[in-house]
Design a protein around this ligand. Sequence first.
Ligand SMILES: *Cc1c(COP(=O)(O)O)cnc(C)c1O
Length: 510
Amino acid sequence: MSQVYRSTRSASVQEVSFEEAIITGLAKDGGLFIPSQIPQAPKDFLKEWENLSFQELAFNIMRLYINENEIPDSDLRQLVTKSYSTFRSKDVTPLVKIDSKDNLHLLELFHGPTYAFKDVALQFVGNLFEFFLQRKNASKKEGEERDIITVVGATSGDTGSAAIYGLRNKKDVSVFIMYPTGRVSPLQEEQMTTVTDDNIHTFSVKGTFDDCQSLVKQVFADEEFNNTYHIGAVNSINWARILAQITYYFYSYFQLKKQIGSENFNVKYVVPSGNFGDILAGFYAKEMGLPIEKLVVATNENNILHRFISTGKYDKAPVKVTHSPAMDICVSSNFERFLWYMIRKTDGSNDDLKTGEIMSTFMSSLSSPKGEFTVSAETIQAARQFLDSASVSNEETVSTIKETYDNTTNKYILDPHSAVGITTCLKYIGAANDSPNTHYISLSTAHPAKFSEVVNLALSDFEGYSFEKDVLPEELRQLSTLPKKIRLIEHADLKTIESAIVEELSKEKK
Ligand SMILES: *Cc1c(COP(=O)(O)O)cnc(C)c1O
């Protein structure tokens, strides 16, 4: 089967290749790229894939979404192997038991270079960018201008470091990450600024995260600048990020089966969510044939997704600052992809173009002053076939970190994002009318060392607890001793940023 990509908003047929979907990121009509068809896993995959390594599984899944004439088998294998060689666990994403409950399991996604789940995707995206650029440039003649990408991004923490570690030292790629001075945690700042590779640049910008994000938008909108420097993004709507995340749903399913030693089980996945990228990969896994009973959206007090699933109304609200900052969002950008499939199943009458038309109307309503839209009863019904949800408060987050530490034999320490997931599990286990063989896999999205303030708030009263000894890995402890590369930006305006970018680019050894 040949695989092409289309936009969630197009009301006419405009298909693009995998490469174009990855390099451009966003469709011209403002929509998100989705595969023209969701491929099915092979008929006997539950047997055939059961004993594959994470890397072999990733290859088999990605192969179904990328045509062989775009990336041949040997290259795709190499990309996958290289991307996951940087992980500290041989399983890449190990499944561990939370022994305070019989049927509760934690999928640890934080064993990559920056200790957060975004590495699973961004390690792959970095290698993919390099692969496409190298191939384009290999066919150029002496003296002909090379294809380059200048990635510009804003971060309030996790995405910046994961992007930096994904793109460091990649040929023909330069990276500029902006963050608000004094408003990211010291550890997160160290993670970003101690990468001194030639092609990596961190800008500490006097201002807020919104100022940084607005600068990024302005850089993108400056056509002349963009034409010269080929500005690119690696934000959460890039299709390659979703694709790379599908693997761990399959892998953890097989891990669970081995750990409980039975074929006879149901599984629900609980996913701490912000932009809906992580959980969306679970939706694709389910549609490919993986027997997932339910996906549960775990939100903090920024609970637009929970409100939507409860009411069918998607409405913006101001962002609150919570204990799980990587999930502090106003709207969930990837939700549009999931919604597209739900509309197509219902009001879209299985017609791609009619679905795109309905989606466009919803999205203009969302970006109008009204800031909301409501889907039909049929569409919300369809969404509820896939999703359950919960909203978790700061107090609950802290209590769960405490209780998990206290009630597990190995004194397990959760980070606040993972604690939002576990709190949601605890709300559902028992309350949902599950069968006795229903298991919960809760996704753990960050290492607790990255969020020392909340973890210490929860645990410092326990006798014998020490952050230094029990939480902080040696590798992160050492960051504070390494040389730093930062450029301070005093004035958050477009001209200042652009001239800083040009100056830094000229210093790179090509
Ligand atoms: C990005 C992030 C999330 C949210 O993931 P989405 O794909 O945006 O839903 C949750 N936890 C951590 C630690 C993250 O970095």
